[in-house]
Ligand binder design. Sequence first.
Ligand code: NAD
Length: 379
Amino acid sequence: MVIKMDKTHKLLLLSGDGIGPEVMAEAEKVIELLEKNTDISFSIQHGLLGGCAYDQTGSPYPPETKQMAHEADAILLTAIGGPMWENAPFNKRPEQGLLDIRADLNLFANLRPARVFDCLLDASSLKNDLIKGLDILIIRELIGGIYFGEPRGIENLPDGKKRGFNTASYHTDEVTRIAKVAFAAAKRRKKQLCSIDKANVLESSIVWREVVTEMAKNEPNVTTIHMYADNAAMQLASNPAQFDVILAPNLAGDILSDLAAAITGSIGLLPSASLSEITENGTAKGLYEPVHGSAPDIAGKEQANPLATILSLAMLLENSLDRKDLAQVIEDAVSATLNDGFRTPDIARSREKTITTSQMGDEVIKRLQISLSGKRKAG
Ligand code: NAD
């Protein structure tokens, strides 16, 4: 499918739970501005996913959302979940909705960039010299491994105790398709790939390592190394700058990407993309979401940082709609906003003045407006 410049792009917006609607409102301001000031046009639908969907329909991924998700060119999600659904049936919990939509749309490649903004070096728990200029891309396999393996379940034992069990498995084809995405990304970047596994103890990891090793033979321009997941966690915390692209199985990728997020300062700043097969023109259908969760502790307080959601929109424009130009304008506006000193509480130092979620969105909009009107004049 080739996306033409004059096409109206179908976007599905899923505001989710907790701080979700607050941060989505700021991304919607950006969408509106792009429509008014550039050649892009969107047809927007809103859908339910997660706890709000369960409350209204009895399912965390209702059929109406499923239909809209299949019809959309790309989906922007904020976050789902929260303590009020802790007692919902296990297969109806908000998190199940997220797992279902990823599997349903075959979103096997999760891209999580972890970049450090120079002006926020002090927000990290690591020393400045360890993280200055840090720019890592974690590529996590998203619909295989132990999160999806069968059999799984909880067995009630005759002695009244229980046994919970899951299956970790990887098939050659599952590893091949995610490794392809990782090699392609490494070639666009510093040409360094670190593949993560636990091949010292897990058979699924032995297959993972064999496949990546074989593929690396055909990628002479990429330096490929293998690292056990536990060592990778230690290396990320002690010398993160050694990494460029990290390729990881589902569970290890989940943990390592949160660790990478933490060392950048705030998870309120990190976007992610979950992609299906990449088409001939280099785009893929995708679900884009901030790395953070629904942050129930600050929901409704106007304290949430909307930048991760706005940056997820930038990733959407680049990876699903082939509009790297607009993605760049958004990223520049976010950088400029941070450089000008605007801070939500999560990224503020102790005595720094903070602004609200919607004020942060407005500051990004101001800088976007200036940049887009400059481009129009130049054009
Ligand atoms: P969380 O990411 O929601 O919150 C962790 C901490 O980070 C909290 O202190 C929170 O206030 C803060 N935080 C998160 N996002 C922020 C933002 N944009 N701005 C400022 N601060 C922010 O993780 P959690 O507390 O472990 O989980 C809460 C709920 O979110 C759970 O129900 C969990 O299952 C769900 N969750 C959903 C997703 C998702 O939708 N992809 C991801 C992770 C967690």
